[in-house]
Design a protein around this ligand. Structure first.
Ligand code: SAM
Length: 273
């Protein structure tokens, strides 16, 4: 599996409970091959993954709604956007930039255009930007995004991406984000805690990606501590959630898992100071 194929996976997860995830369009991306991957992961790693990803999407959907209510001229920038559909789930005036690698951006732009023409999706003001965060020099991306954002408050999302990046790339990327975002802008991040590395389910996930990484893409298995978010240059931590708190909030009847049996991702909301 290539890293960009994981975007189909998270999309398939979100389509499992659209009432919870609020992603009513995720099912458009359903593919037979992806459903086979979902079956393998739920069997070999954890069968909680689809539900948990619905909680993740719902968390950012709610946070983006709050942001846009408070900052009507705000702009959403999804870094490693994959097939996330937030701009289509939010109001018609939503302005967004999707950033990802070339193959994802090309495929997404083409399919969205097609679905809009078919009347399956509403029109939205979205710009597509191709970048590889592993590039040694991110100055072109910084300059281009500064120009596109044009001084507006932004909500950047790093969802399902940090796990795949190295420590060095992550540092460079956070510095780039601090250079792009104006004061008061928000940054949402998702990552695993280093202590989760000990859990059987986390070992199963890492083994799974290594086992099926047929093309030799670089899966870093990066884990980030709470402290790393307290010490991010230029940012202050506003909020932290995980699947224990989100499960209780969004679907207590379904979220009957214990912390040790799930891939417990942490959601962080930071503000640019
Ligand atoms: C698991 S998917 C998550 C997609 C989406 N954020 C979501 O939550 O559904 C990971 C995404 O990160 C992107 N990504 C991973 N490494 C990247 C890199 N070095 N540069 C740009 N995008 C990257 C992949 O192409 C893919 O779309």
């Amino acid at each position: 599996m290539l890293i960009h194929e994981t975007a189909f996976l998270t999309c398939a997860y979100r389509s499992s409970h659209p009432d919870i995830s609020k992603d009513i369009y995720a099912a458009l991306y359903t593919q037979e091959q992806t459903m086979l991957w979902v079956q393998k992961i739920t069997e070999e790693v954890s069968d909680w993954e689809p539900l948990l990803h619905c909680f993740r999407n719902r968390y950012f959907y709610d946070a983006l709604n709050t942001f846009l209510n408070e900052q009507p001229d705000g702009i959403i920038v999804n870094m490693g956007a994959g097939f996330s559909m937030y701009p289509y789930l939010l109001g018609p005036n939503t302005v967004a930039i999707d950033v990802d690698q070339a193959d994802i951006i090309q495929y997404k732009e083409k399919t969205l255009q097609h679905w809009i023409q078919e009347g399956l999706l509403p029109e939205r003001n979205i710009q597509y930007y191709t970048a590889d965060f592993r590039a040694d020099d991110l100055s072109d991306m910084i300059n281009d995004l500064v120009t596109l954002i044009d001084g507006r408050p932004s909500f950047f999302i790093l969802e399902g991406v940090l796990y795949f990046l190295s420590k060095e790339v992550t540092h460079r990327l956070f510095d780039a984000l601090a250079a792009i975002q104006v004061r008061g802008s928000l940054l949402g991040c998702v990552s695993f805690l280093p202590e989760a590395m000990e859990t059987e389910v986390q070992v199963r996930l890492n083994t799974f990606f290594d086992k099926y990484n047929l093309a030799g893409d670089s899966f870093s298995h990066q884990m980030l501590s709470h402290e790393s978010y307290h010490n991010r240059n230029g940012y202050r931590l506003l909020e932290h959630q995980d699947y224990m708190t989100l499960g209780k909030k969004y679907a207590p009847d379904l979220a009957t898992y214990s912390k040790s049996e799930i891939l417990n991702e942490n959601m962080y909301l930071l503000v640019r100071e």
